[in-house]
Design a protein around this ligand. Structure first.
Ligand code: GLP
Length: 243
């Protein structure tokens, strides 16, 4: 696993954008896996800038997103479809018909069937990841077992706490989400984790300890042949990571 330690968030965003840019320039018709959360926002801004100013072309790129809250309409400002439109798709020349975010409303079984069918066909060139404070990836919460395919997950209380900042009140945070499974994530050709915020626990387990632990799903990244983690110097120093 490659670890890139950057001076600040801006540098993290640029280093992440460099990796996505290379994937897209190498294959302008690739499929990219995308993530929500505040961590990749700077990287999405930088990719939008490069699209406008440096000719980075997304016109033939397809995308699939990691997850979506159950119960939120795509027009809800905290749905992940809305987030992706607002933070990336509206600012680049991607064809929105080529972007997929699981449906959060409607028939659960049908939504999951569709999500899994999209994933079965997708050959994800790079999967962008954030990480939850408890090490969750997408919405794969810590547990005794992890799941291979897309599924419905009950959100942990700590995840609801962590995401409450985006909602009017904690009670408004959905209790369930659809997420790619760990198998879907691990089958991407490349993993790119951009880390920001207080992720000391998750980063200690990922970067300092040697365990692959379903109780900290991000540790599975260690088993991927082409995984990169990008974090700020302050976080690396806080956990005693030597670079
Ligand atoms: C949510 C998303 C994750 C994301 C996490 C961290 O739980 N489902 O994919 O990694 O938030 O978000 P942030 O980057 O805001 O800390």
């Amino acid at each position: 696993m490659k670890v890139i330690v950057c001076e600040n968030y801006e540098a993290v965003s640029k280093a992440g954008a460099d990796i996505v840019e290379k994937v897209v320039r190498d294959n302008p018709e690739c499929t990219i896996g995308l993530a929500t959360g505040s961590s990749p926002v700077g990287m999405y801004k930088e990719l939008s800038r490069r699209c406008h100013e440096e000719g980075l072309d997304f016109s033939k790129v397809h995308s699939v997103n990691l997850d979506e809250y159950v119960g939120l309409e795509p027009t809800h400002d905290q749905s992940y479809r809305y987030f992706m439109d607002d933070n990336l798709f509206n600012h680049i020349n991607i064809d929105k018909a080529n972007t997929y975010v699981a449906k959060g409303v409607g028939d659960t079984e049908a939504n999951l069937k569709e999500f899994n069918a999209v994933l079965d066909k997708a050959d994800i060139a790079v999967q962008v990841l954030g990480v939850g404070p408890d090490g969750h990836l997408g919405f794969n919460e810590p547990g005794e077992v992890l799941y291979d395919g897309a599924h419905k997950e009950v959100l942990d209380e700590s995840t609801i706490d962590a995401n409450a900042r985006f909602f009017a009140s904690r009670d408004d945070v959905p209790r369930y989400a659809f997420t790619m499974g760990m198998g879907n994530i691990m089958r991407a050709r490349k993993l790119l984790m951009v880390v920001s915020g207080d992720k000391r626990d998750a980063m200690t387990k990922l970067l300092i300890e040697d365990k692959i632990d379903p109780k900290c799903p991000c540790t599975f990244m260690r088993m991927h042949r082409d995984a990169t983690v990008i974090l700020e110097k302050s976080l690396a120093d806080a956990i005693g990571y030597k670079y």
